[in-house]
Design a protein around this ligand. Sequence first.
Ligand code: SF4
Length: 352
Amino acid sequence: MQASTLTDRSPSFALLQWYDRNARRLPWRSPPGTPPPEAYRVWLSEVMLQQTTVAAVQPYFARFVERWPTVAALAAADEADVMAAWAGLGYYSRARNLIACAREVARIGGFPDDEVGLRALPGLGAYTAAAVAAIAFDRPAVVVDANVERVVARLFTIAEPLPGSRPAIRAAAAAITPSQRAGDFAQAMMDLGATVCTPRNPRCLLCPLRPDCRADAQGLAETLPAKVAKKAKPHRLGRAWWIERDGAVWLVRRPGKGMLGGMRALPDDGWSARADGDGRPPFAGDWRGGGVVRHGFTHFDLDLQLMLCEGVEMVHHLVKGAAGEFWPVDDIESAGLPTVFAKAARLALAQR
Ligand code: SF4
């Protein structure tokens, strides 16, 4: 659909006026009316923000741009260092895609400046391509994240539940996306959804879109967007092994493909490959229960039983032929463990 023209009667004009006064100050943003931020910062922040809150992303973003200030620096980074720096943000395939994409951008000499070129980069989806095209290059791309979905579903009273309503929401968003200030418009919609058109208790009295909003006029704001009821997540059981010797714990590197691929971790019984791990310890030893970690992944919930062993001889037996390393327990924070194993480590340390 064609981008709309910005006139002082259009909803996008009212929204941009609101944005000029109320834009969120975020480290990857440029204030309204100033030159756009570098594509590297926009891309990095958008990848980090997928499924993750702004508050959680900010310290990670700061550390990444300090350590790897350009896409070329990130492309040249050691993959294990990037995975470790990502630890705790979750959805680790994002980090692997990040490295692949950075290397391709470095190879071709910079980010393409339109949606089609961006979409051709490895691991860069339709949403991220649109966001980078709009925010970094001011292209009139249609940027629809969860916040924008909510605003648009309400503005046009799109009653069909998500995800089936996505094409209609996208078409409606395209109809109000202006051909000028497209980057500011995209960010303004995100900000409005995050701060005014919130899932519960939307602040309609403060909203610049209120004169055009059908949901507000019909008293339907909080009921939209409708969602298909979620199925309960399956439940898995597993065990992880805390093997300690001389103030150091045995950590393995998970296989590159599959869940938490390439990350440092405690050894476990294979719960990530099957619904219930096989429960067998890696060697016969004096194991004792160390409590249970509950963790929610996207597609299942996990109860991970932590088992502790401090038998030096047994450890020696395990280490023979096994790929891993002893990591100082006092420095476990810098091992870059994914959240489920970081929780298990905290549980083990609480018992010392
Ligand atoms: Fe959302 Fe209310 Fe604004 Fe409509 S008027 S867009 S429901 S905040």
